[in-house]
Design a protein around this ligand. Structure first.
Ligand code: ZN
Length: 181
């Protein structure tokens, strides 16, 4: 089921999400719906707060970012914890399904080490780099109530203010299914 994506201005995007308990009901269906929603909007990652559910869960499909490098990298992260970030920060023009038509360079560390549960609730510790690390850092930020626009340079942030206002007022709407503002 394709769910409406929550847009910038909705307070759920600025809230710290809750841990998912062991007995969380219908988790499988939620994950399935999140993938469907992400693919329908041509996204490469989606965090639960972006569908209005303030839980510590995100999904991604890095194959959509680089078909060769990330073949089969369709992933689910439940209750992730960033253990370490390392390497030099590098800039990349990020976008976000909750903030349509805005992109901007964000500097992030090159590698990230994560503790998380997969869709079967099996605990892992794993390191990621490149685009995969980038997507994880972006989606993890959603669980902390942080958006990529918070990490833009002051100049870039000023330049996107008008568009942000339009999104907030419901005057800039994406093509994909979203929650009206
Ligand atoms: Zn995002």
């Amino acid at each position: 089921m394709i769910l409406p994506i929550v847009l910038y201005g909705d307070p759920v995007l600025q809230r710290r999400a809750q841990e998912i308990p062991a007995d969380f009901p219908e988790l499988e269906a939620l994950i399935q719906n999140m993938f469907e929603t992400m693919y329908a909007a041509s996204g490469i990652g989606l965090a639960a707060p972006q569908i209005g559910q303030s839980w510590r869960l995100f999904v991604l499909d890095a194959e959509l970012a680089d078909e060769e490098l990330y073949k089969g990298q369709k992933r689910v992260f439940i209750n992730p914890i960033i253990l370490e970030e390392s390497g030099d920060p590098w800039p990349y023009a990020e976008g976000c399904l909750s903030i349509p038509e805005i992109r901007g360079d964000v500097n992030r560390r090159a590698a990230v080490r994560l503790r998380y549960e997969d869709a079967q609730r099996v605990l892992h510790e794993e390191s990621f780099d490149g685009m995969l690390a980038r997507i994880i850092q972006h989606e993890y930020d959603h669980l902390e109530g942080r958006l990529f626009i918070d990490l833009l340079s002051p100049l870039r942030r000023r330049l996107v203010q008008k568009k942000l206002q339009l999104i907030r007022n419901g005057k800039l709407r994406p093509e994909y299914k979203h929650r009206p503002r």
